[in-house]
Design a protein around this ligand. Structure first.
Ligand code: KG4
Ligand code: ZN
Length: 372
């Protein structure tokens, strides 16, 4: 690990292929930490997967093979930059669907070797964790609520590369719960945005869904009880009118937002005990952070405790190449990059926790796999 820091601009090409989005971006990081997103392209093809009711890993990997080179060419052209002008190439090396990660990482390795540029093999979750720093003010340390399709975690982001996990989901991830809700209500995919728009015309107080883990201390999450409650209520409301669907979506979204807020409040108490007044930024990132109802519930929580809510614009909450390029640039600027053989020998990882959990964290039953 090299430790030198840089006082010049760094330009990084970022590649993201860990799920179904084929994404690339070029960013320039100024020595004062300012981020300039020179180009950012995301190629999403939900129709390819629609007939199967969810993302098919094999189809996703094939799409990345077909689209990634064009996407990289496009971001280079849009940024007006050639590969010999970049300082490094960063790519997601996991966690994610391993076939897709393989495509992005191998492409980045090829660029690294043929153009003699450092390769930065990144944890996808670090991309989300640092994404707010591209466009917002989010000084270290801060509390991160990472809510995506595969992960739901509360992380104490102490500094670049120094993360402590305070809580995680014991079953489904938040985005997964939205996707399953959309499927059950026949709204189509991607579930999150469909549920959010269906909820717009609905009454959030019509159905009283449970408050998961209400009697349990700590910051873990659980969405399986909510999912069951929604399914049972939907079955009892059959046939369903358009208004019923809107009310179900709104009531589910309200309960999910309340659960995220409840557990975040517990994490805030832990962080306040550790840092006092210094770390009062709550950063919300990951695809589910695009949800306006969730953001406004968290906004109220922050307001009540004197915290500041920080969230990147929606297009940088969902998977994108800019956040990968940015995390690479932050590492490069801080000298936190492996040069040479080590990075090039990095294998794609399906599982890769970003942070160790807090000692003695009270984890319950449930799956602790990739979602942890
Ligand atoms: O971060 P992301 O793009 O990919 C992962 O790393 O998982 O997150 C995708 C997830 C999906 O489950 C999607 O339904 C959810 O984020 N999502 C939303 C919204 N937009 C995307 N969930 C709730 N409301 C939204 N507006
Ligand atoms: Zn993601």
């Amino acid at each position: 690990m090299s430790v030198e820091t840089t006082s010049k601009d760094v330009i990084v090409l970022g590649i993201e292929t860990s799920c179904d989005d084929t994404a690339a971006a070029i960013i320039r990081r100024a020595p004062d930490g300012a981020c300039h997103i020179l180009s950012n392209e995301v190629w999403t093809e939900h129709d390819d997967h629609a007939a199967f009711g969810g993302i098919v890993p094999e189809i996703a990997a094939r799409s990345h093979v077909e689209r990634l080179d064009q996407t990289v060419v496009k971001v280079l052209l849009k940024a007006g930059i050639s590969l010999d002008k970049i300082d490094a190439v960063a790519a997601t090396a996991g966690p994610g669907l391993v076939g897709g990660v393989m495509v992005g990482l191998t492409t980045a390795k090829a660029i690294s070797i043929t153009h003699g540029k450092p390769l930065i093999a990144l944890n996808h979750l670090e991309g989300h964790a640092l994404s707010a720093r591209m466009t917002e003010t989010a000084p270290f340390p801060y509390l991160l609520l990472l809510i995506s399709g595969g992960h739901t975690q509360l992380i104490d982001v102490r500094s670049l590369g120094d993360y402590r996990r305070l809580g995680t989901t014991i079953d489904d991830a938040a985005g997964e719960a939205f996707d399953k809700t959309a499927k059950l209500l026949g709204l189509g995919q991607p579930g999150g945005p469909k549920v959010e728009s269906a909820a717009t015309g609905g009454r959030a107080d019509r159905f009283d869904f449970p408050r998961p883990l209400a009697r349990r201390a700590g910051c873990d999450f659980s969405f399986s009880g909510l999912k069951t409650a929604l399914r049972e209520t939907a079955e009892n409301t059959d046939p369903r009118t358009g208004q019923d669907v809107a009310d179900l979506a709104a009531s589910f979204q309200f309960a999910a937002a309340r659960h995220l807020s409840d557990r975040t409040q517990n994490a805030m108490e832990m962080v306040e005990a550790d840092y006092g007044d210094t770390a009062r930024h709550l950063v919300v990132a990951g695809g589910v952070a695009a949800n306006c109802a969730i953001k406004s519930t968290l906004g109220l929580l922050c307001e009540s405790r004197g915290w500041k809510l920080v969230s990147p614009p929606a297009k940088y909450c969902t998977d994108n190449g800019a956040m990968i390029a940015w995390a690479g640039a932050e590492r490069l600027a801080a000298g936190l990059v492996d040069h040479g053989e080590d990075a090039l020998s990095m294998a794609p990882r399906a599982r890769w926790p970003l942070a160790p959990s807090t000692e003695g964290a009270a984890f319950g039953s449930g799956r602790k796999g990739p979602k942890a």
